[in-house]
Design a protein. Structure first.
Length: 168
C-alpha cells in the first residue's frame, strides 16, 4: 500500500465512489474468463440469486455491446447495457455498465482474473460517477450483496463445469 508523507495509508481518489468484491473460484483462469466473455455461459449465471437474463444482442470486443434484460424474482424487468472498453485475455476486462447507451449514470467495472494456485481470484472493482450514485446502488439496489451473489453464481457454475469435465 502506498503511503502519504505522514505515514498514513494513501486513499484512492475514487474510494468513496467504489465497491470492491472478490471471490476465489476453484477453476482455471482461462475457464473463469471464458464464462465471463461468452454469452452461452453468461446467461447461465449472471446476476444475483433468483434473477434470470435475456440477451437481446451480444458482441464481445472492445467497443462491442451487450444489451440484455435482467428479470428479478418478483417479476420486475431491469434493462441493462454493457460496453467493453478494454479486454486483456485472460487477465482482465474493463466495462461500462448502464441502463442504456449514453446513460449518464453508467458505472465502470474493472475485472481482474488472477491465478491463485489451481484456482482463480476474481476481483470486481466498480467505480460510480458520484458518491451519491454509489450509495444509492449499495442502499437501494443492494449492490454489494448482489455482486457477491453474482460472483457466487459464477463460482458455482464454473466449478460444476470442472466437476463434469473430471467425471466425464
Amino acid at each position: 500500500m502506498s503511503e502519504t508523507g505522514r505515514g498514513a495509508p494513501a486513499r484512492s481518489a475514487t474510494a468513496d465512489r467504489e465497491v470492491v468484491i472478490s471471490q476465489v473460484i476453484e477453476a482455471p483462469r482461462e475457464l473463469v474468463f471464458e464464462a465471463f466473455t461468452e454469452v452461452r455461459h453468461l446467461s447461465r449465471w449472471w446476476g444475483p440469486e433468483g434473477f434470470t437474463t435475456t440477451t437481446r444482442s451480444f458482441e464481445f470486443r472492445v467497443g462491442g455491446e451487450w444489451d440484455f434484460v435482467m428479470h428479478g424474482p418478483d417479476g420486475t424487468d431491469y434493462q441493462e447495457w454493457i460496453t467493453w472498453t478494454q479486454i486483456v485475455p485472460p487477465e482482465g476486462i474493463v466495462l461500462l455498465h448502464g441502463e442504456y447507451r449514453g446513460d449518464p449514470n453508467a458505472f465502470e467495472s474493472f475485472l481482474a482474473f488472477a491465478p491463485e494456485g489451481a484456482s482463480t481470484r476474481v476481483e470486481m472493482r466498480t467505480v460510480f460517477p458520484t458518491k451519491e450514485l454509489r450509495d444509492e446502488a449499495v442502499e437501494k439496489y443492494h449492490a454489494i450483496e448482489g455482486g457477491r451473489q453474482t460472483l457466487g453464481n459464477l463460482a458455482a457454475y464454473v466449478t460444476e463445469i470442472v466437476r463434469k469435465g473430471v467425471e466425464g
